[in-house]
Design a protein around this ligand. Structure first.
Ligand code: TXA
Ligand code: MG
Length: 316
């Protein structure tokens, strides 16, 4: 049987039997299982080789799924969900007893989001339970933005991947938490801080990633290619690694005589974000010693891209 396809009935049959499948979202592909099934959750951790202290995001398709996950949500949180969902943002909410502690790594809150992808929303509509789904990559590696990426790395452990095409946003969801003192960003992602602040009409605090990570997606070394990656001014990087085989990863421009990938010839940050992880994967296959990347503009989707580049960077 084909391992890639758009068959929702088959996907549902595997999930109903406590199995695990790959699903598309607008951010990155997820490795999904019944969020209320400890057997399915245990498989997800095993397949990813993910430590149990790193909790999972629960994907909901409608209000009933959300009600199963949490006993209560505040008025402002409710308004945010109505405004931004389906979309690339995850909210931390108080967890109901139905959510296994395995999903939240014992934390009192559960991370929930409604992904904006028609195939996955259609699948969720048919399910009596929400789907726990971390990104469908081995722990520590770059997240998959195409169905084939999931097969390439986890194909021998996942019976089926729903193929929803390349991910439109390309970086993981923004994770937000409402605190008594205001709002906090636990992970920069596909919903820009500019949009969040405009809607809330207040500034939001960005968790300092150098402190003990509250979200292990904030772990310092994450999203890494296997090849050493350096980030900074690319001309400087090329000089620094003179004598080595170098490839560049830039927004628009190229260094003469040096092979590389430009993320968006027009400098469009949305396009660049949707290409970032695929470009990192591709450079990982090139015959080079070092990837020299440049910082993106520090605004909009440039911010989560810089966050991922920083975490992907090798300590030289
Ligand atoms: O865009 C996304 O969010 C993708 C797609 C598949 O939806 N998912 C994703 O999942 O990026 P994952 O597991 O790779 O990253 C989820 C992050 C982790 O760093 C995890 O620690 C954090 O969310 N997280 C999940 N539950 C949490 C909780 N209860 N408290 C704090 N952080 C939590
Ligand atoms: Mg991940």
């Amino acid at each position: 049987m084909e391992q890639l396809g758009k068959d929702i009935t088959r996907a549902k049959a595997i999930l109903d039997a406590n199995g695990v499948i790959g699903i598309p979202t607008e951010t990155v592909y997820g490795l999904a299982g019944n969020a209320f099934s400890p057997a399915a959750i245990t498989q997800i951790f095993g397949i990813k080789n993910r430590p149990f202290f790193d909790p999972l995001i629960v994907h909901v398709g409608h209000a009933k799924h959300l009600e199963m996950c949490t006993p209560h949500i505040s008025g402002q949180l409710q308004r945010c969900m109505e405004h931004f969902w389906p979309g690339p943002v995850t909210f931390l909410v108080n967890k109901s007893t139905q959510v296994p502690d395995l999903v939240t790594s014992g934390l009192p809150k559960v991370a929930v989001r409604m992904p904006n992808h028609s195939l996955t929303l259609a699948l969720l509509q048919t399910l009596d339970y929400p789907l726990a789904a971390p990104s469908a990559n081995p722990f520590g590696y770059i997240s998959p933005t195409q169905a084939q990426h999931v097969l390439d790395q986890l194909g021998n452990m996942v019976p089926y991947v729903l193929d929803g095409g390349p991910c439109q946003v390309g970086v993981e969801s923004t994770i937000l938490e409402e605190m008594e003192t205001g709002w906090k960003v636990l992970r920069l992602g596909g919903l820009t801080i500019e949009e969040v602040e405009e809607f809330l009409n207040q500034t939001v605090a960005i968790q300092d990633s150098s402190s003990r990570p509250a979200a292990p997606g904030m772990l310092d070394q994450h999203y890494s290619p296997r090849k050493p990656l350096w980030v900074g001014n690319v001309e400087e990087g090329v000089l620094l690694f003179a004598g080595k085989k170098v490839a560049t990863l830039t927004l628009q421009h190229q260094v003469q005589g040096v092979p590389g990938i430009t993320l968006s010839p027009s400098g469009n940050l949305n396009n660049a974000a949707s290409n970032l992880f695929q470009a990192m994967r591709e450079l990982d296959t090139w015959d080079v010693d070092v990837i020299v990347a440049e910082w993106m503009p520090d605004r909009e989707l440039g911010r989560p891209m810089n966050d991922r580049l920083k975490r992907a960077a090798h300590r030289f």
